[in-house]
Design a protein around this ligand. Structure first.
Ligand SMILES: Nc1ncnc2c1ncn2[C@@H]1O[C@H](COP(=O)(O)OP(=O)(O)O)[C@@H](O)[C@H]1O
Ligand SMILES: [Mg+2]
Length: 358
């Protein structure tokens, strides 16, 4: 009775089952196994594994499973391998193998075989479609970058000559002349245009990061010196507090320094009095470097917060609004994340997490 039930179960299973004894002889199969592998049931039973499957080179991976199980290396493992049927059909099989024990002795191998060809094909198709989408997105981003770069170059050339002419007029015009008063605002407008062009050129030339081992302390010291000079030019003073608990990391030195500079310039420009406080803390968290920058400046109005990373968004009279766009791109190029938290009147906190290591 028990035997009948077991036989029924084996016969009705959609997963193929093959039992091979220690000599490599196939001692049991079910209909699903022969139908998946492309043999008649009796054809399979009467043969040794080697006679059936070892001939075709295409089935090397499939045969290797048996070899591996025999060598005791891969029992209970789940593997996916290609398989070529005797009729020439290419399949993808999922195989789970284990030892057959009899009184603690290994007497053979059991292999469960599932035909996952259709699933595999769908996965491959999905993967190809995704890769194609990424390729197109990348191509579009690259061409947009080229376009922005050429527009910036094209504007810069006439701007230079206009500036030259205007300077000459400014030097030679009689200051009593009614139109003389227009020259300074025109010059200011041109300076602003030039700053925009420079910012776009800088943004578009952000290159793919090249990581090298660096000392964070060195970068921070260099950027700090630069910032102290900028502060002095604005008649301001920065009170620093710096805590670097992760120092040896792998980063793109120049890109990181650029991003840090932009963030610290924003902090400095937000000071509401002559002196302000900037705090930099770095820490390692698993595979990430966490950086926190806090300032005691004016903070960001809530209604502006959704736009601060947008190109050309600025609340400053002479600002260009490309600083945070550049920072965001630099961080994104390194697969990192950036978050800004701020409230008006109580300063701003910027958190960055950057994957580090090779
Ligand atoms: N630390 C900060 N404190 C206050 N406001 C900030 C800070 N960082 C950024 N902002 C706000 O975000 C805007 C955009 O910054 P950014 O892209 O660097 O452009 P810009 O500095 O040229 O204005 C700023 O004009 C300012 O309103
Ligand atoms: Mg800025």
């Amino acid at each position: 009775m028990k035997k009948v039930i077991v036989q029924n179960i084996l016969d009705s299973m959609s997963i193929g089952l093959i039992v091979v004894d220690a000599k490599g002889e196939i001692i049991a199969t079910n209909p699903a196994a022969s139908s998946i592998l492309g043999y008649e049931q009796k054809e399979i039973r009467s043969k040794r594994w080697a006679e059936l499957f070892l001939e075709t080179r295409e089935n090397e991976a499939f045969n290797q499973i048996l070899v591996d199980v025999v060598m005791g290396e891969r029992t209970g493992m789940h593997q996916e391998v290609p398989y070529l049927t005797p009729a020439g059909q290419r399949l993808q099989l999922s195989i789970t193998s284990s030892f057959l024990h009899d009184r603690q002795q290994i007497v053979g191998l059991v292999m469960l075989i599932d035909d996952i060809t259709e699933l595999y094909r769908l996965h491959q198709e999905e993967k190809r479609a995704l890769e194609e989408r990424h390729r197109l997105q990348h191509e579009r981003a690259v061409s947009l970058n080229h376009f922005a770069m050429s527009v910036a170059h094209q504007i810069r050339n006439p701007l230079m000559s206009l500036g030259g002419f205007l300077n000459r007029i400014f030097k030679n015009i009689d200051q009593q002349e009614p139109y003389a008063a227009y020259i300074v605002p025109i010059m200011n407008g041109m300076k602003r245009l030039e700053a925009i062009v420079t910012a776009v050129e800088e943004y578009t030339s952000i290159s793919h990061p090249e990581k090298t081992p660096v000392l964070l302390g060195e970068i921070v010291d260099q950027v700090r010196l630069d910032l102290d000079m900028k502060a002095a030019a604005l008649n301001k003073r920065i009170a620093w507090s710096i805590q670097l608990s992760a120092n040896d990391v792998s980063l793109d030195y120049s890109l990181f320094a650029k991003a840090l500079t932009e963030l610290l310039v924003n902090a400095l420009e937000s000071f509401t009095s002559e002196e302000g406080h900037i705090e930099i803390v770095t820490e390692r968290e698993g595979q990430d470097l966490m950086i926190e920058i806090r300032d005691s400046g004016a903070g960001i109005k809530e209604e502006y917060q959704p736009f601060i990373f947008d190109p050309f968004f600025t609340t400053k009279a002479t600002g260009v609004g490309m600083g945070l766009s550049k920072v965001k791109r630099i961080i994104a190029e390194q697969n990192g994340k950036i978050q800004v938290q701020s409230s008006q009147g109580s300063g701003t906190k910027v958190n960055i997490s950057l994957p580090i290591g090779p």
